[in-house]
Ligand binder design. Structure first.
Ligand SMILES: N[C@@H](CCC(=O)N[C@@H](CS)C(=O)NCC(=O)O)C(=O)O
Length: 216
């Protein structure tokens, strides 16, 4: 646990993407104060020397928490949940439950984000930058559909959240992936639409959506 009551400077870099939303969301879930630097992708703001010194991969989100500088949205969600979550159980502590938590985090990041939704984004919406690749995008849609069925089965067997009774950081990752899929017109099963509808009213999610608005 982080030192109780000790003020530390917390800065979150990035806004405007599902990946940055994850970081805003976990901070809001725990009502943690932070300064937002809402830099956006493909604006040149991730390429400045100031930001490159913070994250050499020139990507958002990045969380600075005191002397810790952390990139990777899933790592940020898990770190904040562990460091500041106390009894909230946003990340399980028992080894087997923790392992299951990581399973779903990695599943979301690989199967539903990098390997599928982001392939579609790259080669459809951003084809002017990354090239058109209809076969790759079509295959990514099919893979997403197949993997979504795994999530559906798990939720049907033991919901309402991906680890069962308790909402965790893995639900933050999963929700943002499924919501991005819907925006790309990827069909998702009804059980998953119900899951999204269940999570949507969370105050922290709504506040994070506001905080994640790109700078005008
Ligand atoms: N695996 C990383 C991916 C981060 C990532 O690719 N971020 C994109 C925006 S969604 C970015 O910063 N791109 C740099 C740019 O376009 O300037 C994560 O989940 O945090």
């Amino acid at each position: 646990m982080a030192e109780a009551g000790q003020e530390r400077r917390r800065i979150l870099w990035g806004a405007g993407t599902p990946r940055t939303l994850r970081a805003h969301w976990i901070l809001r879930e725990l009502d943690l104060a932070y300064e937002s630097r809402p830099i956006g992708p493909r604006t040149g703001e991730t390429q400045t020397s100031e930001f490159t010194a913070i994250n050499p991969s020139q990507k958002i989100p990045v969380l600075q928490d005191g002397d810790l500088t952390l990139s990777e949205s899933a790592a940020i969600v898990s770190y904040v949940a562990e460091a500041y979550g106390g009894e909230r159980g946003l990340i399980p502590s028992a080894p087997k439950e923790r392992a299951r938590y990581y399973q779903w985090c990695f599943f979301a990041m690989m199967e539903l984000d990098a390997d599928t939704t982001y392939v579609i984004r790259r080669h459809e919406d951003l084809k002017h930058l990354y090239g058109e690749a209809p076969n790759a995008a079509k295959a990514a849609r099919e893979i997403f559909g197949k993997q979504a069925l795994v999530v559906e089965k798990t939720l049907a067997a033991a919901g309402p959240y991906i680890l069962g009774e308790r909402f965790t950081g893995a639900d933050i990752l999963l929700t943002t992936c499924l919501a991005s899929a819907l925006r790309r017109q990827i069909e998702i099963p009804e059980t998953l639409q119900e899951y999204l509808a269940r999570i949507a009213p969370r105050q922290a999610y709504q506040r994070a959506l506001e905080a994640n608005q790109p700078r005008k």
